[in-house]
Design a protein around this ligand. Sequence first.
Ligand SMILES: Cc1cc2nc3c(=O)[nH]c(=O)nc-3n(C[C@H](O)[C@H](O)[C@H](O)COP(=O)(O)O)c2cc1C
Length: 174
Amino acid sequence: MKNKIIPKNKEIVMRDDDFIVSKTDATGRLTYCNRIFIEFSGYSEQDLLGQQHNIIRHPDMPRSVFNLLWQTIKSGEEFFGYVKNMSKEGSFYWVIANVTPSYKSSTGEKIIGYFSVRRKPDPAKLKIIESIYQDMLAAEQRAGTRDAIFAGTKILTDIIEPTGKDYREFILSI
Ligand SMILES: Cc1cc2nc3c(=O)[nH]c(=O)nc-3n(C[C@H](O)[C@H](O)[C@H](O)COP(=O)(O)O)c2cc1C
């Protein structure tokens, strides 16, 4: 379904007090979406539940960002990141997302799913992120499928390393 959508240069902007919330199972399949998620995505709740979270993936997003997201949350850490999403009719909307693992309460060890809350990003910060993502995407495309993640991640690492921060500190400091 998602592959047929043609991206439009039309932005939908989050309101200051919006929270976009979703939950997934351990494989990233949607198990819960709040009202604002449904509104921005343009899909019905029925369309969304059971689908992979990439149903709202925007083609401008570098693959390396999602690679980092999954590496981080699978290892039990929380992830912060800026994400450009795409609605059912092709519009885009930027979010700053926090994604955390949910654990089986009895053991506290096994990850049973993930939980994500998104807020409206600061437009000035988005300018910086957009430029970094464009460079990452271009590097991924130049490198080709096999080496895309390495090439995209290198762009990000080369920007962050000289700051002396780790990824999380860098993102939160922008
Ligand atoms: C809790 C959670 C929230 C996520 N939120 C988003 C999101 O808002 N937008 C998005 O494109 N991918 C999101 N993802 C990542 C997707 O699962 C997927 O990795 C990404 O869309 C890239 O899809 P692809 O690997 O098919 O290219 C989320 C994953 C999890 C576990």
